[in-house]
Design a protein around this ligand. Structure first.
Ligand code: NAD
Ligand code: UD1
Length: 338
């Protein structure tokens, strides 16, 4: 019988792409999501791509009793925990919501994993835990800097919780995956990122500007100490990221993990500047983007990109898709939304 994976936040951007890869790898999945930042149409998209019916439960993970019932009625082999609130700006406006949501969901899951004997979890962490690193590229041993945002702090706290849980109870088998900047969409354009309201992140702002939804893209700063003066990030195709989750689950179920708490950077290892992203978007999609250079955005780091050696060597995973594919698929998805 196929192993059954609980995918929390599976109606969301990264979760929906991972759901597709899990199904294509022969896993059975149950998605739980409260649709607070997603739409049920993502489930239909997953079903269309895979040709399989997906079990979807609409549930708020903060609701311990409802979650307990789900564990009582299912035998999960592993969990991939994506569900969280993720808007950096919003996290500064309503920090208590961020602490409650991002921490309570994880605590509820860990308690029920212990009670129902589900040891394995892969967790969505972020390169935000490193802040502006002193050394590049960023390895897993790079010290954490104080978080720039409440959102970032919740990810640090989540990692502390995972580490302490693993230390206290050998039953837990946990992997934190620290994503750099996930972008792009599935090649079918059946699923992709669905930002609610005005996007804060670069790529949705770029695609919405190209689509005429936004008048102009603001590039935040061209006076950084980078080759063209604009800030540098490690953009990673969401499908490459999704595949890493399948490998993490395979590793846990195959008992190939070397410690009961492990953590890996997931990026391409290559930094790209904002201007490079914009130029690539224009070139591969053969269009012109209306943009202007404005002041730096408060809280932005100058540059960050991953050292991916550990994920390459330990997980046997490497990002395969480049900026061209990221920008093409992001635009194809935006056009489908229009
Ligand atoms: P997303 O908002 O598209 O997906 C998260 C999903 O979780 C949403 O569908 C939302 O409805 C759901 N959710 C939130 N709170 C919930 C709750 N209490 N109960 C049930 N469902 C709930 O975000 P994403 O971009 O797919 O991110 C997935 C994970 O990866 C998050 O933990 C995020 O912090 C992390 N992450 C994302 C990025 C990024 O740039 N997208 C970068 C680093 C880390
Ligand atoms: C942001 C968050 C980070 C979070 C990540 C994924 C901040 C400070 N950091 O990362 O914690 O994990 O999103 O959700 O918010 N840019 C523009 N114009 C725009 C938008 C962005 O020039 O309209 C630039 C930014 O200055 C940055 C780059 O594009 O240099 C990428 O920005 P963004 O997509 O918001 O991601 P991060 O800032 O890297």
């Amino acid at each position: 019988m196929a192993n059954k994976i609980l995918v929390t936040g599976g109606a969301g951007y990264i979760g929906s792409h991972t759901a597709v890869e899990l199904i294509n790898s022969g896993y059975e999945i149950t998605i739980v999501d409260d649709l607070s930042n997603s739409k049920e149409s993502a489930i239909a998209g997953i079903e269309k791509i895979t040709g399989q019916k997906v079990e979807f439960v609409k549930l708020d993970l903060r609701d311990y009793d409802a979650l307990k019932e789900l564990f009582a009625n299912n035998k999960f082999d592993a969990i991939i925990h994506f569900a969280a609130s993720k808007a950096v700006g919003e996290s500064m406006q309503i920090p208590l919501h961020y602490y409650r949501n991002n921490i309570q969901c994880l605590l509820n899951l860990l308690e029920l994993m212990d009670e129902y004997n589900v040891p394995n979890m892969a967790f969505s962490s972020s390169c935000t835990v490193y802040g502006q690193p002193d050394q590049l590229p960023v390895t897993e041993q790079t010290p954490f800097k104080p978080a720039e945002s409440t959102y970032g702090n919740t990810k640090k706290i989540n990692e502390d919780i995972l580490r302490d849980a693993a230390r206290s109870n050998e039953k837990y088998q946990l992997i934190a995956l620290r994503y750099f900047n996930p972008v792009g969409a599935h090649e079918t354009a059946e699923i992709g990122e669905l930002p609610l309201g005005v996007p804060n992140n670069l790529i949705p702002f770029v695609t919405q500007t190209a689509a005429g939804i936004r008048e102009q893209l603001s590039i935040f700063g061209d006076d950084y100490g980078t080759p063209d003066g604009t800030a540098v990030r490690d953009y990673i195709h969401v499908v490459d990221l999704a595949k890493a989750h399948v490998i993490a689950v395979d590793r846990l179920l195959g008992k190939k993990n070397k410690a009961n708490y492990e953590f890996f950077n997931l990026g391409t290892g290559k930094g790209s500047s904002v201007l490079e992203v914009v130029n690539t978007f224009e070139r591969v999609n053969d269009l012109k983007l209306n943009y202007k250079i404005v002041d730096r955005r408060a809280g932005d780091v100058e540059q960050t990109y991953a050292d991916t050696t550990l994920a390459n060597e330990e997980l046997g995973w490497k990002a395969e898709l480049g900026l061209d594919e990221m920008m093409k698929s992001a635009w194809a998805w935006q056009q489908k939304l229009n």
